[in-house]
Every structure is written in C-alpha cells, then in structure tokens.
Design a protein around this ligand. Structure first.
Ligand SMILES: *Cc1c(COP(=O)(O)O)cnc(C)c1O
Length: 366
C-alpha cells in the first residue's frame, strides 16, 4: 500500500497505565492516578444538572456549528463568535492547524521538551521539524526560536505554561518575540493550563489576538474545567484565520454532550477559582517537600510539577506505582531523571509525598 513513508515509524499516543491493570498487578485496592493533569475535584455541579435536564435525542447529529457554545464563549470573552473555532479537544485543533499549513518544504518551530502533539502532527504532514531545547530553567528559548524561523516557516508552537516543565512565558518576553516574527508565520499559544496561572505578568492573550493577526490561542475544557472525557477545546484568533481553519475540521467534530456541558461549566467560574486556589496550595506542599529534601523542581504555573530525583524517572515511577500512585515518568517526556506529578487533593499530595520520603530514605540507607 502507498503509505506516506513519514508515518511508518510513528507510534500511537501512549496513555498512562489504566488503574485496573495496576490494581491487578500489585494487588492493590486503591489507585490514585495523578498522571494526566486531570482535575482531582472533578467538574462543576452545573455540569451534572445540565446532563440530567437535557433531552436525549441520541439519533440526531450534533450542531455542527456549535452555536450555543460559541455564543457562550462570545459572551464570556466579549468577542464576536467568528473569533472561535471549536475542536474535539484542543488536540484536534493542533491537527487542523497542521493540516492547513504544514507540508513538505514548510518547517515548523517548537520547543523541546514540550507537548508531543506538535511534532507528531508535523511528522504526519511531512513538514520539517525544528526543535529548540528549553533553557536550563525550563523556559522557551525565544531568541533561538526566532533564529530558527526562515521564509519557509509555517507555524511556531509556544506552550505556556509548558507541558511538562510548567514554566510560562512572561509578557515582557513574548511581546518582543511576536513583534519580530514575520507576519505570515502563525504563532500558536497553547494555553491549556491558563486558568491555573496566577503569575501577574502572564500575557493577556485576547489582546494579543487583537494586535497580532498571526496569533492563534488554544484553550481547553479538559484541564481545570474537568471535562476531559467530553473532548472539547477551542481556538481564539482573528476572524480571517478562523475562516481558513473552519472548513478543514470535520463536520460534526464536537459532540452534543460536550457542547452542553461546556456551556454549563463556563457559567461556574466559582468552581474554576476554587480549583485554582486549591491547586496553588497543593503546589506549595510539593515545593516544601522539595526544599526539605533538597530536590530541584521547576516552579509551576500549571496543575502539575516536574521534580528531579537524580535517578531514573522510571524507577521513581515504578516505586510509586507499587504503592498505588500513577504519575508520569520523565523518561518519556524528555526529562530522564524527573517525574511529572499532577497536583491532587491535599490528601493525595500528602500520600504521594510520604511515599516519596520513603523512597528517598531507602536510597540514603543503601
Ligand atoms: C492536555 C493538553 C492539551 C490537550 O487538551 P485536549 O483539549 O484534551 O485535547 C493540549 N495542550 C497541552 C499542552 C496539554 O497539556
């Protein structure tokens, strides 16, 4: 068969181990999964209410235009509806942008380590991938990224806060970068964790979209809104950019339930705020632990923390799994001596920290 040769070595996305599989292997009753940056507090009660109230016309296709959700987003952001593109998760929008721009002869610039899907989609489109290492502090090296841009660059991906380092790009660094990027190069700001950010100098991306027509901002309902299983994300951009991307998506890409629950979730900003606050307290638990144990970590503006244990991340991962905690080993994320832990509830964080202290004590006694 006439496969594109560029996809022959591609691996399907590797999700974390399922809790059922881990329970069986280690004979555990309780498993805590803090591996995929899901919200430990679930989702707003308004989401449940909506699901109970809505009629269930399962035989009917979803609204392909996502009108009600776009209206809600338009009200929420005070922007016209034509600035929004809905996706089956922001993952799909990364794919739509890639399909619309990337091709052989066109290159794309991204940080490494960063979110895996930018590179993955670029490989599918057979575009040249230019990966620029993060700085030692886990920041995007914006100067080096600028230098990597040439007349054949199609898309630059900025993940802020960056998954997996948790480090964000400050406004004072981003604006000179956007000023210097050629106007025909799309800059994607993937802000999947933006609702968790508390840094004062985090840029106002809505203003950036107004000022720079080549900027596309990605947001999602999967992280702080706690709706990952419904698969809803969206792009905010200039109306002409949206008009180019919109025909490339699938006709009914966002399912009916996803549209309903997202509208309900947007209405409950108290829930979002309380999750943001509790997340900061959780991060503080990890910071204190790292400082006491003299472990280095990346200061996070997201709902996860990347901690360096100075031994293989796989070893830490396996140790925690045997104790009933699933996290992400840094080995697969480009940080081989780290693990990435999603911030859980206070009890979950205490539990994981106590196991980690056990591991460090074992290591010291060897
Ligand atoms: C989780 C995540 C996404 C994907 O979110 P979905 O909307 O669930 O597809 C996108 N970008 C980053 C950086 C993420 O961490």
């Amino acid at each position: 068969m006439k496969w594109k040769t560029n996809i022959l070595d591609l691996k399907a996305y590797q999700p974390g181990r399922s809790t059922e599989a881990v329970k069986k292997e280690f004979g555990l009753d309780n498993i805590t999964k803090l591996a995929s940056n899901e919200n430990p507090y679930g989702y707003s009660l308004k989401v449940l209410e909506t699901l109970q109230e809505k009629p269930s016309q399962f035989a009917i296709y979803p609204d392909g235009n996502g009108s009600v959700l776009k209206e809600a987003l338009s009200r929420f952001y005070n922007l016209p509806e034509d600035r929004f593109l809905l996706g089956n998760g922001s993952d799909e929008i990364i794919g739509i942008i890639s399909r619309s721009i990337l091709r052989p002869g066109i290159n794309t610039v991204m940080a490494t380590p960063s979110f895996s899907q930018y590179k993955h989609n670029a490989i599918v489109e057979n575009a040249e991938v230019r990966e620029i290492p993060l700085t030692k502090e886990g920041d995007h090296d914006l100067n080096a990224m600028l230098e990597a841009i040439d007349e054949n660059t199609g898309v630059v991906w900025l993940c802020t806060p960056n998954n997996p380092s948790g480090v964000y790009i400050a406004e004072g660094d981003l604006i000179p970068f956007l000023e210097a990027v050629p106007k025909d190069v799309v800059v994607v700001l993937d802000e999947a964790y933006r609702e968790y950010v508390v840094a004062e100098d985090y840029p106002d991306s809505l203003q950036l979209v107004e000022k720079y027509p080549n900027v596309i901002v990605l947001h999602t309902f999967s992280k702080i809104y706690g709706l990952a299983s419904f698969r809803v994300g969206y792009a905010i951009a200039n109306e002409e950019v949206i008009a180019k991307l919109n025909p490339v998506r699938e006709p009914f890409n966002v399912n009916t339930f996803g549209q309903w629950v997202s509208v309900a979730a947007l209405e409950d900003q108290d829930f979002v705020e309380s999750c943001r606050e509790k997340n900061r307290e959780g991060l503080q638990q990890y910071y204190s632990f790292c400082e006491e144990e003299k472990l280095s970590y990346y200061p996070s503006q997201a709902n996860f923390i990347l901690i360096d244990f100075g031994i293989s991340g796989d070893d830490v991962f396996h140790y925690l799994m045997s104790k009933g905690y699933i996290v992400r080993s840094g080995v697969a994320l480009g940080f081989p001596t780290c693990v990435r832990i999603t911030v859980g509830t206070k009890e979950q964080n205490d539990g994981i920290i106590s196991e980690l202290r056990g591991l460090l004590a074992e290591k010291r006694n060897k």
